[in-house]
Design a protein around this ligand. Sequence first.
Ligand code: ZN
Length: 298
Amino acid sequence: MDTLYGGIEAGGTKFVCVVASGPDHILAQERFPTTNPAETISRTIRFFQPFVESQQVKSVGIAAFGPVDLDKRSKTFGYITTTPKPGWEQADLLGTIQRALKVPCGFDTDVNAAAFGEYYWIPENRDLDPLLYITVGTGIGVGGIVNGQTLHGLIHPEAGHMFIPHDRTVDPFPGVCPFHEDCLEGLASGPSMAKRWGQPAETLPDDHPGWDLEAKYIGFLISNLILNFSPKRVVLGGGVPQHAGFIPKVRKLVQMQLNGYIQSPKVMDTIDELIVPPALGSQAGVMGAIALARTAVE
Ligand SMILES: [Zn+2]
């Protein structure tokens, strides 16, 4: 029988817990809303406890919403840090789970984990390093794989809050980011679209001008990422980009914005292989957590 691992996608709105050996074999799965830390974390622990006690699961991976502390030498390693989410600021997510389950735990941001999931489980992606994973939904996040490792640093990439051109004659909307107002997340997250247009993003019709504006902003994000990291693959995940026709629109805008400067056939000719939807679909994050669990004991 395949070895089983525990995976937790600890999101700001919901937690997804799975016991699996990989994308093709999920033994158990549970999802529940993210409420306060005490309730949410104990529910997570209760889900895994029987699998750990029966020694079916020997390690767990955690893909957490952030910002988080990824510095192993820090006293607050594994904590959620500055989130505006009530009750979660300075919550010890990793430590609480590790002390209760007493198994090795891998830990990373949700977007780094999603990048790792796409890299780890999709064979062709192993040759496409650096690989970046973008999610556009409630927030905008960017994770990455460089030299086979998730990208950490001062803390971890927060490219969703990148500053991009904001032409107020075309888009007078001030933005919704509580920290920066009109950073990318402030202008292009799902909640910003909903506030600008007065209806949820997913209800905007295909020909609504909001999609062109959104594609332009996500285009700026990807163009800047290409200039900064020279990625061989950019995976565009999250709910917003999955709207019909959106990713092709973004690809064209990236070509226009870069304007022939990046002399690679992957930008000029085969951009549909450079900017892609997640091969793992909505499972990228949780399968990234399973990959983190595997590498925690390898
Ligand atoms: Zn911001």
